[in-house]
Write a new protein. Structure first.
Length: 81
């Protein structure tokens, strides 16, 4: 049983490193979040009927994309045909 203290020590080291890495990831996500949210929101319904508020900037970004054609949708549904 001489290796038991080393095992416990390595587990502690592993867990402490894991906790530090997790805290670092959380901190980096918080720093990467957009700091300048606009105050203008629009109320919209989700497909399941819930009311949500969405930034106007997000709507403007998403509406500027090209609409998929019927042919593209069919290729996406049945890629082997």
């Amino acid at each position: 049983m001489s290796d038991t203290p080393n095992k416990n020590h390595s587990r502690r080291k592993f867990l402490s490193l894991g906790l530090l890495a997790g805290a670092g990831l959380i901190a980096s996500d918080a720093a990467a979040a957009p700091a300048n949210k606009s105050d203008e929101t629009v109320k919209m319904l989700t497909p399941d009927g819930k009311l949500v508020e969405v930034d106007k900037a997000v709507i403007a970004k998403s509406s500027s994309k090209k609409q998929a054609s019927k042919k593209d949708v069919m290729k996406w549904i049945h890629p082997d045909k």
